[in-house]
Design a protein around this ligand. Structure first.
Ligand code: PEP
Length: 246
């Protein structure tokens, strides 16, 4: 099995009920040649999944590692599933930075998500300082080893390489830099997991219509995790089209 192609949108803390109209506008761009997942704020998961737009799946942006309990403000993986989510983003650099999430936290959340039947989109990525210091590959390998649990398979896990300095900045790594990191991720996964060669690897960080086709032509890039450009159908549709054609 070859890795599947996935265009995933991360709406972060943007959007409201009116924004669900974007899905109607996006529907025409979805033709089954690649998987499309949108991860809206948690309150929008159920209304978004209830729209049942063919070809568009819905995901969360985080979940708790426990199944239930006294965890005010948190959401369990099974609750995301119950609301209609099929995927969940875990270990996004904004959660690692803003909420102090460690690799061990991310791994525990991933175990809970898999138990609930969710596909995890596990994020890794270096800061600008780590890249400038020549530590990128070591950082990525360390994050992968610590954040991806042993129960990961090509079916239940997707890895997103998101350089922290490229998120929301309009800056992207060179093709060679993306290729180098994706090759490392593929090698690490293939060494550790029997089906590591089949896990989908996404690039994320300032992907837009203008650079999508070039990024999707890079070896071992099986799709994208898209922030800002996933909010509007007119911006996300050409990215989906570029992936479908890749
Ligand atoms: C993200 O936050 O996952 C992301 C990739 O954001 P952007 O596309 O806006 O850089």
């Amino acid at each position: 099995m070859a890795p599947r192609k996935i265009a995933a949108g991360n709406w972060k803390m943007n959007g409201d009920l009116a924004a669900l109209a974007q899905l109607d506008a996006l529907a025409g761009a979805v033709d089954g040649r690649c998987q499309v997942v949108i991860c809206p704020p948690a309150l929008l998961i159920h209304p978004m999944s209830s729209k049942s737009v063919p070809g568009i799946e819905v995901g969360g942006q985080d979940c708790h590692a426990k199944a239930s309990g006294a965890n005010t403000g948190d959401l369990a993986a099974a609750q995301l599933r119950d609301a209609g989510a099929t995927h969940v983003i875990l270990g996004h650099s904004e959660r690692r930075a803003d909420h102090g999430e460690t690799d061990a936290d991310v791994s525990a959340k991933a175990v809970a998500a898999h138990q609930a039947g969710l596909v995890t989109i596990i994020c890794v990525g270096e800061t600008e300082g780590q890249r400038d210091g020549g530590d990128t590959l070591q950082v990525i390998s360390q994050q992968l080893a610590g954040s991806v649990p042993d129960c990961a398979t090509a079916e239940n896990t997707v890895i997103a390489y998101e350089p922290v300095w490229a998120i929301g900045t309009g800056r992207t790594p060179t093709d060679d830099q993306i290729a180098e990191v994706h090759a490392r991720i593929r090698a690490d996964l293939s060494k550790r997991f029997a089906d590591g060669a089949d896990m989908a690897l996404l690039y994320g960080g300032s992907v837009k219509a203008a650079n999508a086709a070039q990024i999707f032509a890079i070896a071992d890039v099986n799709g994208a995790l898209v922030g800002g450009a996933s909010l509007k159908a007119e911006d996300f549709a050409p990215i989906i089209a570029a992936l479908a054609a890749a």
